[in-house]
Write a protein that binds this ligand. Structure first.
Ligand SMILES: [Mg+2]
Length: 319
């Protein structure tokens, strides 16, 4: 069983969902019309030893991430969070203090992003920790920005610095591990949507790696994304990862998951500064018409010629 096959099976049923569905499955959040207004919803699950290890993360970090990961999807729509509910299956070996550390972090994080935790459910079982968080959001006058709105000739941008998200930068005790400590880009997404208006065509948050996620934008618009290697904003963690495994930092910027930055496409006439709200904004490529059977993402080397990135394991093809 592959996640991708399962999702495609679900998306095939989209046309039968009914007129109150404003955003069907396949975007960063689903949408429902409530009294004519869009309510957005997303759900995400964190499973111990699949998405995190308690050898390398504190319970407070796991609780924080359970919330921020969902909030990154809210950012991808340029929406504002409304509130959250959470369900947890906790190991029967845990103490009350452990459960408190987890839920205190979830509540505090949700509160910090003005997304109150308004309910939930807990079960105790003879298995690992599993946390499921659902967040509701609303467009609040902007967007929602969907994944499929890119047009031929659009510029492709990313926020922040990419790659090496699983590596701790700055020493093992006081360092930052991006996949645990990242800030969901809610304010930045709002600022981009406000500044660009209808010139902001499509957006996604980077959870699976730029190569894969830019592929989602391209395929949903039936286009090909061209990404220029020498424009990729590889961060210090990507350099560090490269020193360990010998790969160039750009491969980490392109292939590593869990950046939780934004990738978006704009009208080519829209101008953006190099930085907004203290976060780098980098143009990494463009969208162009796809040839049949061509990859949804084509990576161009410094000489402008396509590079073979087969070792990064993408499976996306244009329709
Ligand atoms: Mg997402």
């Amino acid at each position: 069983m592959r996640e991708r096959d399962l999702l495609e099976h679900i998306y095939r049923q989209n046309p039968t969902l009914g007129e109150l569905v404003s955003i069907p499955p396949g975007d960063d959040m689903g949408g429902l019309l409530l009294d004519g207004r869009n309510v957005l919803v997303t759900v995400d699950q964190l499973a111990q030893d699949v998405h995190f290890s308690l050898d390398r993360a504190t319970l407070a970090q796991v609780g924080r991430k359970a919330i921020t990961r969902n909030l990154s999807d809210v950012a991808a729509m340029a929406a504002l969070p409304l509130g959250a509910v959470a369900a947890g299956s906790l190991p029967d070996t845990w103490s009350t203090e452990q459960a408190d550390e987890l839920f205190d972090a979830m509540r505090a994080t949700a509160q910090a992003y003005r997304c109150p935790l308004v309910g939930g459910d807990i079960s105790i079982w003879h298995g690992p920790l599993i946390l499921t968080v659902t967040i509701l959001a609303h467009p609040a006058g902007l967007g929602p920005i969907l994944r499929g709105g890119s047009k031929p000739g659009d510029h492709v941008y990313v926020t922040g610095r990419l790659g090496g998200s699983l590596h701790t930068v700055g020493g093992p005790t006081r360092g930052r591990t991006h996949h645990l400590d990242f800030e969901p880009r809610i304010d930045l997404a709002r600022a981009l949507a406000e500044r660009l208006g209808p010139g902001l065509h499509a957006m996604i948050d980077l959870s699976d790696g730029l190569g894969v996620d830019a592929g989602h934008l391209a395929r949903m618009a039936r286009l090909t994304a061209e990404i220029a290697v020498d424009r990729l904003p590889a961060g210090p963690a990507a350099e560090q990862a490269g020193r360990i495994d010998g790969l160039p930092a750009w491969k980490h910027a392109l292939g590593d998951g869990e950046d939780y930055e934004l990738c978006f496409t704009t009208d080519p006439h829209a101008a953006l500064p190099d930085e907004m709200l203290g976060v780098p904004i980098t143009r990494v490529g463009r969208m162009r018409p796809a040839s049949p059977g061509e990859a949804a993402v084509v990576v161009l080397g410094p000489d402008g010629k396509p590079l073979d990135v087969g070792d990064l394991g993408w499976e996306h093809r244009s329709p």
